[in-house]
Design a protein around this ligand. Sequence first.
Ligand code: 13P
Length: 254
Amino acid sequence: MRKQIAAANWKMNLTLAQGEKLMDEILATTFNMGANQQAIFAVPFPYLLTMQQKTVTQKNFFCAAQNCAAQKSGAYTGETSAEMLNSIRVEYVIIGHSERREYYNETDTILAKKVNIALENNVKPIFCCGEPLAIRETETQNVHIEEQLKAGLFHLSAAQIENFIIAYEPIWAIGTGRTASSAQAQEMHAHIRAVLSTKYGAAIADTISILYGGSVKAANAAEIFAEPDVDGGLVGGASLIPVEFTSIIQSLKK
Ligand code: 13P
């Protein structure tokens, strides 16, 4: 079975002390997670080493960076390379979050480079796609997502894409309290899997975990995750509240 994943995206929130308290409270919970279930914490860069040391001893728990540089190394002040992430054994990196695309002008070309450099350094990308409200309103979201997937991923080989993580995050549902219905999520996730299977075949597309992101919380996680093509969630606001995120982890399919 595909991996079922609850991924926390702390974004630019919490001090170190607040982050440690949150992580310690979550890790103190008994989850009885199955072999195919994971929790991933995308924390701010300054906390990665501390949080990685907390999760490394916990089966099924991992850390992620929220971004990485498109370049290998060199004179890029303020950037963090995939090689650096790998050197502190960070397993995952979010690439192409809508906030990075929108506020930091990360284009499809830049994102494709980031995917490559992450894979070269054995850091697994959590590749985000999603449409703004204007696209949803004209019902052209399927084409929009297909273009993002093609531009960001279709240069990869089947071996590289296997076990990939994709996050579908409708921008109109991020931090707005507005959630896609579970039917809307399922429809788009099935579309994403179909797009992937045109390039890589159904068997490989079937191994790829597709997470839903956009106002996931304890109260709606189980219903959304129950959809057959939804393999968990990428969670912003609710991941900052221990009882919310523990409940979201417990809502993953077995
Ligand atoms: P919210 O859960 O706060 O809507 O954020 C979603 C998101 O952007 C996760 O990456």
